[in-house]
Design a binder for this molecule. Structure first.
Ligand code: FES
Ligand SMILES: [Fe+2]
Length: 436
């Protein structure tokens, strides 16, 4: 990879190539319950911009530059009252759209405020998520139609987890299937896995083959291995522009699970997971009825703070070596000695440093999906920067809706596209079914 490619991929601040691409799309920024009407303003870092978010007396959400347009005092200190945020320095007040509605320190000059506007971004709330549009359009594009974001709030589990590294290396963990048989399951004996579990194939043959292709919305791969003579075990996963993934671990037809890797700044990423509650657990217990070692699924959080990087941090962190238990690692069962699948992914991607040095890497045939995805991102971002080509899914968000991932077994005679199409026809679509 060339240095310029690497820099264009990882930088997300204003005026950067990738930052430009991301600003075309709506960004999932917070969970609705994080903001209370007339409650404390929240520091929010998005694409390298320091913002505050607050919910006004009428329940509307405002997201704006944290600096007061008067003399730059932070509106984080502001008073959230009577449908606006009031700067505590000289009392200027702004509504959620950024209009200055009061300048009480200017005696006899009631019109001055009409010249002042806070740098506010458009927001929308839907199904438990607060979305922000940081692009240049006056009228924002339509909202995303990522399937899990359309489900009612009560039907999805929404989780946020901060990761202390660049967004791209964090995301690439989701489209790097061969790590599953090592990082998460490298010490699991196939004989401990129930015979009817698809997971057995991952730990029996840890070196799958791949198909990779560009799609309308991003990229897709199928990793495959022989399941038994004449049968193929498939693992399909997707990347969707600009930062969405669907992982292969889960029963394809019911695997309604979308994941976003939203850059906070170049060195911090907010992982946003939306999982359909009715999706069956992807990996069951071992033959003795116990959870596979190290497979705990809960997130072990530190308390949130109000700092710029204070939201949704895990207890396992770079400073404590991600709580690696060397004895557990040596004992067998848990390959890493780190507990929790997400914590294991977090540890290895953070261990690469704040931004992976792409020039130090040696990509292999198992990384073809990663290469294809980087190319896809650069292509879309540069077409936008150079020719103003609107990236896929911005004006046509419906292309994101049907995309699905997961694992399954078919007759080995089926080609990968046929195998995928067959599963897509059988996919459970709770929204469509609710509408019928
Ligand atoms: S700095 Fe905010 S009102 Fe003066
Ligand atoms: Fe992983």
């Amino acid at each position: 990879m060339r240095k310029k490619d690497s820099e264009d991929l990882v930088r997300v601040g204003p005026g950067t190539v990738m930052g430009g691409l991301m600003r075309e799309y709506w960004l999932p920024a917070a969970m609705s319950p994080e903001l209370r009407a007339d409650g404390e303003p929240m520091r929010l870092l998005l694409l390298g911009e320091q913002l505050i978010a607050f919910r006004d007396s009428s329940g509307r959400v405002g997201v704006m530059d944290h600096r007061c347009p008067h003399r730059c005092a932070s509106l984080f200190l502001g008073r959230n009252e009577e449908n606006g945020i009031r700067c505590v320095y000289h009392g200027w007040k702004y509504d959620v759209d950024g209009n200055c509605v009061d300048t009480p320190n200017l005696a006899g000059n009631p019109d001055f405020k009409s010249r002042i506007k806070a740098k506010a971004y458009q927001t929308v709330e839907r199904n438990g998520l607060v979305w922000v549009y940081m692009g240049a359009r006056k009228k924002a594009p339509p909202l995303p139609q990522i399937e899990a974001t359309l489900l009612p709030e009560a039907e999805v589990t929404i989780s946020f987890v901060q990761r202390e590294c660049n967004w791209l290396q964090a995301l690439e963990g989701d489209i790097d299937t061969s790590h599953f048989g090592f990082l998460h399951a490298g010490a699991i004996d196939p004989d401990d896995v129930p015979d009817d579990s698809l997971f057995r194939f991952t730990v029996t043959n840890r070196a799958p083959d791949y198909h990779v292709a560009d799609t309308e919305a991003g990229t897709m791969y199928a990793a495959y291995r022989e399941a038994s003579p004449g049968r193929t075990y498939w693992r399909f996963a997707n990347f969707m522009l600009p930062f969405w993934t669907q992982t292969p671990q889960g029963k394809f037809t019911e695997h309604l699970h979308n994941r976003a890797w939203v850059p906070m700044d170049d060195h911090h990423t907010m992982f946003v997971s939306l999982m359909w509650r009715q999706h069956p657990p992807s990996i069951g217990p071992n033959k003795r009825g116990q959870m596979m070692p190290g497979f705990q699924r809960q997130f072990d959080y530190l308390p949130n703070t109000t700092a710029w990087h204070g939201r949704w941090r895990l207890k396992g962190r770079p400073e404590n070596d991600w709580l690696v238990d060397r004895e557990a690692q040596a004992r067998g069962g848990n390959y890493t000695g780190i507990t929790g699948i997400h914590a294991q992914d977090q540890a290895v991607t953070e261990s690469m440093g704040p931004v992976t040095d792409h020039l130090f890497e040696h990509l292999a045939p198992s990384d073809r999906m990663i290469m294809a995805t980087r190319r896809r991102l650069l292509k879309a971002a540069r077409a936008l920067a150079k020719d103003k080509t609107v990236p896929p899914g911005v004006d046509n968000p419906e292309i994101m809706y049907p995309v699905r991932s997961g694992d399954f077994v078919t007759d080995a005679k089926l080609g990968w596209r046929q195998a995928y199409d067959g599963q897509m026809r059988a996919a459970v679509r709770p929204l469509r079914e609710a509408a019928e």
